[in-house]
Design a protein around this ligand. Structure first.
Ligand code: CA
Length: 485
């Protein structure tokens, strides 16, 4: 199929009438936006109607209920997005070190095939972007307030402005002034929010200041049913989350509230959770309002019908589940990511997909949407058949995951694993794991919160053994080097 498309394109002069019918793609991507905080995914925040604009993509398009990442951390997720490859092949294993921009990336192919390609916002891959007609990105993590942006030509400082608004302004500016007639475009709008330290704009901050949110049932998890990694991480609301920079309680009214709770550890954790949620969810509301600005522009400029709109995040996030914030683990809250897509005339409105999809699929999906050739060495699968409601019979039944950044921030041990729709096997390994290797196994149907590893349960021995085989097979299929322990 891939070869067939390539041959077809070689015989079709580029820029011919085919270009006029190929869809535009607007890809909106936020940083650390947990699916638990997207209205279309339900959950404990649903009554708040947090994401009315993002939710229109669910109403008019498709929600992916089982979308996952390959490595739950910012920069590696973006490297996978651009290359369609697992971290060990694109070289971006963790947030440290560089990214080889010279390697194959989907936008280079899209550009060669007649698309205008644009990247605005947070990419977190240092160095000059390649394959984009226009790019304007935050350096590194970027700033919430007064953000600086880098382009091919130089730097611009947006003094006193909020990054979510500036990123949207710059995307709208490109839509207004940058487009070339008769050329389809790929516009990537990458928000910094709601990344730590969760600095919302003033309007949303005030709106959320007095709200109280439901607690997750696992807020006071003691990790009894799990291994070393869950016990020894450094990402708890109780110990790791700081009162000063994370919760801005070093002075003012928040400090006064904290002072009253100094001798009540449990009450203080509850206060920290509520304060964290106020800031985090206010950031989400800011992103959603700005997603709305882009959707309105498409509608008012007659672009709605021929533009695919997608929304996703670079990975999931803990909103107090297991007592945590942050990500990294292969447990569901960080492993999963929201993914919604609207494609008028192609995606049946109001549909949900439950197939296992992963961020290695995004690059091939964009190329397929653009009828551009898909290189054989990309490691995902195009989601276009799924979007059309026709999942291929041989669609994958398992996913491979690998997290590398240890030792490092938040002290989550290195691990890899395999998951099916129902069962998950995780192998923690290396430094600071007893005997260098520790396994966990979960049945997501009977234990959706992953509270009790069943790895040593004799009744599960057969399925554990088969998942070990599957892990081996996936390592081979995805060309994980044997030198990776
Ligand atoms: Ca992130």
């Amino acid at each position: 199929m891939k070869r067939y498309i390539a041959i077809l394109l070689l015989t079709l002069p580029l820029g011919l009438s085919a270009a006029e019918t190929r869809p535009n793609i607007v890809w909106m991507f936020s940083d650390d936006h947990a699916y638990q905080a997207v209205g279309a995914y339900g959950g404990r925040f649903k009554p708040l109607n947090l994401t009315p604009n993002i939710d229109t993509l669910a109403r008019d398009g498709m929600v992916f209920d089982r979308a996952y990442v390959a490595n739950s951390i910012c920069a590696p997720s973006r490297a996978t997005l651009l290359t369609g490859k697992h971290s060990h092949l694109n070289g971006k294993l963790d947030n440290r070190g560089g990214f080889n921009h010279d390697q194959q990336q989907f936008q280079k192919i899209l550009q060669k095939n007649g698309y205008q390609t644009v990247m605005i916002g947070k990419i977190h891959l240092n160095g000059a972007m390649q394959g984009f007609d226009y790019w304007e990105v935050l350096p590194g993590q970027g700033r919430y307030w007064s953000p600086k942006f880098i382009t091919a030509e130089g730097e611009t400082l947006y003094k006193g402005q909020h990054s979510t608004k500036v990123i949207t302004d710059r995307a709208l500016n490109w839509l207004e002034t940058g487009r070339v007639a008769d050329k389809p475009f790929m516009l990537m709008v990458h928000y910094k929010a709601p990344h730590r330290h969760w600095n919302p704009n003033k309007e949303m901050q005030e709106k959320f200041a007095t709200l109280t949110f439901p607690e997750p049932s696992t807020l006071f998890d003691d990790y009894e049913g799990r291994g070393t990694a869950a016990h020894k991480q450094d990402m708890t609301i109780s110990k790791t989350m700081t009162l000063s920079s994370d919760l801005k309680a070093g002075k003012g009214p928040r400090k006064a509230e904290v002072d009253k709770l100094r001798d009540q550890p449990k009450a203080l954790i509850r206060w920290k959770y509520q304060t964290y949620m106020r800031d985090y969810l206010a950031c989400i509301a800011g992103v959603d309002a700005n997603v709305g600005r882009i959707l309105t522009f498409l509608k008012e400029n007659d672009l709605e019908k021929n533009t695919i709109v997608m929304y996703a995040a670079d990975q999931g996030f803990y909103l107090g589940e297991h007592g945590w914030f942050d990500k990294r683990f292969m447990y569901e809250e960080s492993f999963r990511t929201p993914l919604l897509a609207r494609w008028p005339g192609v995606v049946e409105p109001g549909t949900r997909n439950t197939d296992l999809v992963q961020n290695i699929d995004f690059a091939e999906t964009f190329l397929d949407m653009a009828q551009a050739p898909i290189p054989e060495d990309m490691q995902g699968q195009s989601l276009v058949p799924l979007l059309k409601g026709k999942t291929p019979e041989d669609w994958r039944t398992s996913l491979y995951y690998h997290y590398y950044q240890y030792p490092g921030t938040h002290s989550v041990r290195r691990h890899e694993g395999v998951t099916t729709k129902r069962h998950k096997l995780i192998r923690f390994y290396g430094k600071d794991v007893p005997n260098g290797e520790e396994w966990e196994f979960y049945d997501l149907e009977t234990d959706p919160e992953e509270m009790h590893s069943q790895y040593r349960n004799p009744e599960q021995a057969t399925i554990v053994a088969s998942l070990k085989q599957e892990l081996k097979r996936l390592r081979k299929e995805y060309k994980v080097p044997d030198s990776t322990p």
